[in-house]
Design a protein around this ligand. Structure first.
Ligand code: S3P
Length: 181
Protein backbone atom coordinates (compact mmCIF):
# COMPACT_ATOMS: atom_id res chain seq x y z
CA UNK A 1 0.00 0.00 0.00
CA UNK A 2 1.41 3.40 -1.00
CA UNK A 3 1.41 5.60 2.10
CA UNK A 4 0.69 9.33 1.75
CA UNK A 5 3.25 11.83 3.03
CA UNK A 6 1.35 13.51 5.84
CA UNK A 7 2.43 17.07 6.63
CA UNK A 8 -0.31 18.19 9.03
CA UNK A 9 -2.80 16.70 11.50
CA UNK A 10 -5.40 14.22 10.34
CA UNK A 11 -8.60 14.93 12.30
CA UNK A 12 -11.43 12.44 12.64
CA UNK A 13 -14.96 13.78 13.06
CA UNK A 14 -18.32 12.04 13.18
CA UNK A 15 -21.03 10.80 15.48
CA UNK A 16 -20.34 8.84 18.63
CA UNK A 17 -19.62 5.14 18.08
CA UNK A 18 -18.80 5.72 14.42
CA UNK A 19 -15.38 4.16 15.02
CA UNK A 20 -13.19 7.26 15.35
CA UNK A 21 -11.05 5.90 18.17
CA UNK A 22 -10.66 2.36 16.88
CA UNK A 23 -9.97 3.41 13.30
CA UNK A 24 -7.88 6.37 14.42
CA UNK A 25 -5.53 4.09 16.33
CA UNK A 26 -5.16 1.79 13.33
CA UNK A 27 -4.60 4.69 10.93
CA UNK A 28 -1.97 6.20 13.23
CA UNK A 29 -0.23 2.85 13.47
CA UNK A 30 -0.17 2.33 9.70
CA UNK A 31 1.08 5.87 9.08
CA UNK A 32 3.49 5.73 12.04
CA UNK A 33 1.95 8.83 13.64
CA UNK A 34 0.98 9.69 17.18
CA UNK A 35 -2.70 9.11 18.05
CA UNK A 36 -4.56 11.50 20.35
CA UNK A 37 -8.19 11.30 21.43
CA UNK A 38 -9.65 14.56 22.83
CA UNK A 39 -12.12 12.73 25.12
CA UNK A 40 -9.30 10.62 26.56
CA UNK A 41 -7.11 13.72 27.11
CA UNK A 42 -9.95 15.42 28.98
CA UNK A 43 -10.56 12.32 31.09
CA UNK A 44 -6.85 12.01 31.91
CA UNK A 45 -6.49 15.70 32.76
CA UNK A 46 -9.59 15.91 34.96
CA UNK A 47 -9.39 12.41 36.42
CA UNK A 48 -13.08 12.01 35.60
CA UNK A 49 -15.02 10.15 32.94
CA UNK A 50 -16.87 12.16 30.28
CA UNK A 51 -20.16 10.88 31.74
CA UNK A 52 -19.19 12.18 35.19
CA UNK A 53 -18.12 15.57 33.78
CA UNK A 54 -21.55 15.90 32.12
CA UNK A 55 -23.18 14.91 35.40
CA UNK A 56 -21.39 17.30 37.72
CA UNK A 57 -20.35 20.19 35.51
CA UNK A 58 -22.82 19.98 32.62
CA UNK A 59 -22.48 19.83 28.86
CA UNK A 60 -21.37 23.42 28.36
CA UNK A 61 -18.40 23.00 30.76
CA UNK A 62 -17.42 19.89 28.82
CA UNK A 63 -17.72 21.76 25.49
CA UNK A 64 -15.42 24.46 26.84
CA UNK A 65 -12.78 21.86 27.74
CA UNK A 66 -13.18 20.23 24.35
CA UNK A 67 -12.78 23.52 22.48
CA UNK A 68 -9.68 24.38 24.54
CA UNK A 69 -8.15 20.99 23.74
CA UNK A 70 -8.79 21.45 20.03
CA UNK A 71 -7.32 24.95 20.12
CA UNK A 72 -4.22 23.62 21.92
CA UNK A 73 -3.78 20.93 19.27
CA UNK A 74 -4.65 22.83 16.10
CA UNK A 75 -3.97 26.53 16.60
CA UNK A 76 -0.34 27.36 15.88
CA UNK A 77 2.44 25.07 14.70
CA UNK A 78 0.84 21.99 13.21
CA UNK A 79 2.47 18.61 13.42
CA UNK A 80 1.41 15.42 11.71
CA UNK A 81 -0.66 13.22 14.03
CA UNK A 82 -4.07 11.55 14.11
CA UNK A 83 -6.58 13.39 16.31
CA UNK A 84 -9.92 11.85 17.17
CA UNK A 85 -12.56 14.35 18.31
CA UNK A 86 -15.80 13.85 20.25
CA UNK A 87 -18.93 13.80 18.12
CA UNK A 88 -20.02 17.29 19.16
CA UNK A 89 -16.65 19.01 18.83
CA UNK A 90 -17.56 20.58 15.50
CA UNK A 91 -20.54 22.40 17.06
CA UNK A 92 -18.22 25.18 18.22
CA UNK A 93 -17.63 27.34 15.14
CA UNK A 94 -14.05 28.18 16.17
CA UNK A 95 -13.22 24.46 16.47
CA UNK A 96 -14.88 23.73 13.13
CA UNK A 97 -12.78 26.46 11.48
CA UNK A 98 -9.55 24.98 12.89
CA UNK A 99 -10.50 21.44 11.90
CA UNK A 100 -11.81 22.10 8.42
CA UNK A 101 -9.28 24.84 7.66
CA UNK A 102 -5.97 23.46 8.88
CA UNK A 103 -5.99 19.68 8.70
CA UNK A 104 -6.84 16.62 6.65
CA UNK A 105 -10.34 16.09 8.02
CA UNK A 106 -12.12 12.76 7.80
CA UNK A 107 -15.81 12.16 8.47
CA UNK A 108 -16.31 8.70 9.96
CA UNK A 109 -19.85 7.97 8.84
CA UNK A 110 -21.99 5.20 10.32
CA UNK A 111 -25.72 4.78 9.87
CA UNK A 112 -27.91 5.71 12.83
CA UNK A 113 -29.01 2.08 13.07
CA UNK A 114 -25.38 1.04 13.53
CA UNK A 115 -24.78 3.75 16.12
CA UNK A 116 -27.90 2.74 18.05
CA UNK A 117 -26.83 -0.88 18.01
CA UNK A 118 -23.27 -0.08 19.12
CA UNK A 119 -24.38 2.23 21.95
CA UNK A 120 -27.38 0.22 23.18
CA UNK A 121 -25.56 -1.63 25.94
CA UNK A 122 -23.18 1.13 26.93
CA UNK A 123 -23.51 3.77 29.61
CA UNK A 124 -20.65 6.06 28.57
CA UNK A 125 -22.61 8.27 26.15
CA UNK A 126 -24.46 10.72 28.44
CA UNK A 127 -26.36 12.38 25.62
CA UNK A 128 -28.11 9.10 24.79
CA UNK A 129 -29.17 8.35 28.36
CA UNK A 130 -32.85 9.14 27.81
CA UNK A 131 -36.01 7.20 26.90
CA UNK A 132 -35.77 7.83 23.15
CA UNK A 133 -32.12 7.67 22.01
CA UNK A 134 -33.18 7.08 18.39
CA UNK A 135 -34.93 10.45 18.31
CA UNK A 136 -31.96 12.14 19.99
CA UNK A 137 -29.58 10.64 17.45
CA UNK A 138 -31.77 11.77 14.56
CA UNK A 139 -31.86 15.32 15.92
CA UNK A 140 -28.10 15.30 16.39
CA UNK A 141 -27.60 14.01 12.87
CA UNK A 142 -29.86 16.72 11.42
CA UNK A 143 -27.77 19.39 13.10
CA UNK A 144 -24.35 17.86 12.64
CA UNK A 145 -24.28 16.18 9.23
CA UNK A 146 -24.07 19.45 7.29
CA UNK A 147 -21.01 20.31 9.41
CA UNK A 148 -19.38 16.88 9.17
CA UNK A 149 -19.90 17.12 5.40
CA UNK A 150 -17.28 19.88 5.29
CA UNK A 151 -14.61 17.20 5.87
CA UNK A 152 -12.10 16.55 3.07
CA UNK A 153 -12.91 12.84 3.08
CA UNK A 154 -15.88 10.72 4.16
CA UNK A 155 -15.70 6.99 4.89
CA UNK A 156 -18.50 4.59 5.74
CA UNK A 157 -17.75 2.55 8.84
CA UNK A 158 -20.84 0.33 9.14
CA UNK A 159 -18.93 -2.79 8.12
CA UNK A 160 -16.62 -2.50 11.14
CA UNK A 161 -13.87 -3.88 8.92
CA UNK A 162 -10.94 -1.96 10.40
CA UNK A 163 -8.36 -3.03 7.80
CA UNK A 164 -10.66 -2.38 4.83
CA UNK A 165 -11.80 1.01 6.10
CA UNK A 166 -8.23 2.04 6.89
CA UNK A 167 -7.21 1.09 3.35
CA UNK A 168 -10.10 3.21 2.02
CA UNK A 169 -8.90 6.19 4.09
CA UNK A 170 -5.32 5.81 2.81
CA UNK A 171 -6.57 5.59 -0.77
CA UNK A 172 -8.59 8.78 -0.31
CA UNK A 173 -5.72 10.58 1.44
CA UNK A 174 -3.47 9.76 -1.52
CA UNK A 175 -6.07 11.21 -3.92
CA UNK A 176 -6.38 14.30 -1.77
CA UNK A 177 -2.60 14.77 -1.67
CA UNK A 178 -2.42 14.37 -5.46
CA UNK A 179 -5.21 16.91 -5.96
CA UNK A 180 -3.52 19.43 -3.66
CA UNK A 181 -0.02 19.07 -5.07
C1 S3P B 1 -20.42 13.43 22.30
C2 S3P B 1 -19.62 12.40 21.91
C3 S3P B 1 -18.66 11.72 22.81
C4 S3P B 1 -18.25 12.63 23.97
C5 S3P B 1 -19.46 13.20 24.62
C6 S3P B 1 -20.34 14.00 23.68
C7 S3P B 1 -21.36 14.04 21.33
O1 S3P B 1 -17.49 11.35 22.09
O2 S3P B 1 -17.42 13.66 23.51
O3 S3P B 1 -20.18 12.14 25.18
O4 S3P B 1 -21.81 15.18 21.56
O5 S3P B 1 -21.61 13.41 20.29
P1 S3P B 1 -17.45 10.17 20.98
O6 S3P B 1 -17.93 10.75 19.70
O7 S3P B 1 -16.01 9.81 20.93
O8 S3P B 1 -18.31 9.09 21.52
Amino acid sequence: MLLPNIDRPIVLVGMMAAGKTRLGRELAMVLDLEFIDTDKCIEDETGQTIARIFEISGESAFREMEATKIRDMLDGALKPLVLSTGGGAILRPESAELIFGNTYSIWMRASLATILRRTAKRTDRPLLKNPDPAKTLQEMADMRYPIYARADIAVDTDSGDVEGITADIIRQLNLLRDRNS
